[in-house]
Design a protein around this ligand. Structure first.
Ligand SMILES: NC(=O)c1ccc[n+]([C@@H]2O[C@H](COP(=O)([O-])OP(=O)(O)OC[C@H]3O[C@@H](n4cnc5c(N)ncnc54)[C@H](O)[C@@H]3O)[C@@H](O)[C@H]2O)c1
Length: 438
């Protein structure tokens, strides 16, 4: 199947050229293109074997996983023209990765997944996205995000890979718990990087539907890691959460703080993921980076989180529920800062005997909830009615990221101010892009 690419000068998508790129990727340290390597196994041999496999695949050009019959993938082997990434949606990009990669993003129709897809497509990478499109929140928002990426709404729930109309991206609706389907995807596709975001998110919902958390966040994660280690993926980045810090009172939260007392099942599954990741790094030398995100907000955000919940109620003239009587602090982090951090970490492949690392990605300055509400009021030009409530079970009074490790490793500190970020969020919310506006 031919995958289009963006021609910066013409401003449109053109046929791909991947051969030169593939050679570069194979040479990169930590990038394991061949069958799963054991520690100490020679990288060069694996790369050669992978090269042979790719040649054979190209000669046969059989239809790939989930492709329509007759839609055989073409391997275009002309040399790659150097091309500057062209921004589609970015407000600022600090770095452009020097090589193009084939990247699997799970949870691609989700809030963070959608933004990452856009950014990485801008950078010239080939994206395969998967998502179950579950109805934890309004599916129209997930479908609208996919539409922005040129992906039509699936007409049935078969795990069929569909090509974007506008970008070098393919998408399949699938559950990561479905091990056979996931293995089928990995049997047909090789990935240089995997960014794992699919999860049952939300702290409060874990009190209502605990099974969804165990299933997506633990079983689904192990299924994915099994596929990654068998294929020898060069680097797996996975979403953890600031919620692993539970009710820790030492602030700011640092990666080496004790995190043995989660206060919600959601947090417990995210901490479990970190421990499981360490085991895969230890036993199989699979490079794994855990991303502890702090309260992410911005355009296309989640309807179950404060910015969307509050905005909807404020505009409808309804009271907003303010927990712990407003005595809460959150380290609100703008989506572009999250994306920048993840993109910079893509090539920071952990090494050593146990190749795994954890990073806080948060703004690094907690905001009083009431200050957040006033900022939102100013952006919307409306006053909120407050319904003051006690603390909710599973919630924590404060989150605050220590970003020293992130700054040391990737020289980046999230920096979009709340006023700027909320302004951009409000503009999107009120625009016709927002399918949930009315
Ligand atoms: N948004 C935040 O503030 C925040 C904070 C900390 C951690 N995180 C983590 O970051 C990741 C992305 O969060 P988000 O805010 O984009 O959430 P999101 O709910 O918008 O995106 C997650 C996506 O994963 C999909 N999904 C869920 N279970 C699945 C399964 N079993 N198989 C396949 N797909 C499945 C959902 O349909 C959804 O589209 C999650 O792992 C979340 O726990 C988010």
């Amino acid at each position: 199947m031919e995958v289009p690419r963006r021609d910066a000068a013409a401003g449109e998508w053109r046929a791909p050229s991947t051969a030169g790129n593939r050679k570069k990727i194979a040479r990169r340290p930590g990038n394991r293109k061949g069958p799963a390597e054991r520690p100490g196994e020679e990288r060069g041999k694996a790369a050669k074997a992978a090269g042979k496999q790719r040649k054979a695949a190209a000669a046969g050009a059989k239809p790939g996983y989930g492709e329509q019959p007759g839609e055989a993938r073409k391997r275009v082997r002309e040399p790659r023209k150097s091309r500057k990434a062209t921004p589609v949606c970015r407000m600022f990009h600090d770095i452009t990765l020097s090589h193009e990669m084939k990247i699997l993003i799970t949870g691609a129709a989700g809030f963070i997944g959608y933004h990452l897809c856009r950014r990485l497509l801008d950078e010239g990478h080939q994206i395969t996205g998967i998502d179950s499109l579950n109805d934890y929140y309004d599916v129209r928002l997930k479908l609208a995000r996919l539409a922005e990426l040129g992906i039509d709404a699936p007409t049935d729930d078969t795990p069929q890979l569909r090509s974007s109309r506008t970008a070098p991206m393919r998408f399949a609706q699938m559950h990561i718990e479905d091990v056979a389907v996931l293995e089928g995807l990995f049997a047909a596709e090789r990935f240089d990087r995997v960014i794992h975001l699919a999860a049952q998110a939300g702290v409060r919902y874990s009190l209502e539907n605990p099974i969804a958390y165990a299933s997506s966040n633990v079983l689904g994660f192990v299924n994915l890691l099994e596929c990654c280690r068998k294929q020898g993926v060069g680097h797996v980045l996975y979403a953890s959460s600031s919620s692993v810090y539970g009710g820790n009172t030492k602030v700011p939260f640092a990666e080496n703080d004790p995190v043995n007392h989660p206060v919600s099942l959601y947090a417990a599954t995210k901490r479990s993921d970190e421990l499981i990741a360490e085991v895969y790094a230890r036993l199989y030398a699979l490079p794994l980076t855990g991303l502890r995100f702090f309260t992410v907000y911005g355009p296309w955000g989640r309807p179950d989180m404060a910015p969307m919940l509050f905005t909807r109620s404020i505009l409808a003239g309804k009271p907003i529920r303010v927990f712990n009587h407003g005595d809460m602090r959150r380290d609100f982090t703008y989506i572009d800062d999250i994306v920048e951090g993840v993109v910079r970490l893509l090539d920071q492949v952990p090494s050593g005997a146990i190749p795994t690392e954890l990073f806080n990605i948060g703004h690094g300055s907690p905001m009083e909830l009431m200050e957040f509400i006033h900022t939102l009021e100013r952006a919307l030009g409306r006053t909120a009615q407050l319904d003051l409530q006690p603390m909710q079970p599973g919630d924590v009074p404060c989150t605050w990221a220590d970003t020293t490790h992130l700054q040391e490793r990737i020289h980046f500190q999230p920096r979009v101010t709340l006023a700027e970020g909320i302004g951009r969020f409000a503009a999107w919310y009120l625009s016709d892009k927002n399918p949930l506006k009315n």
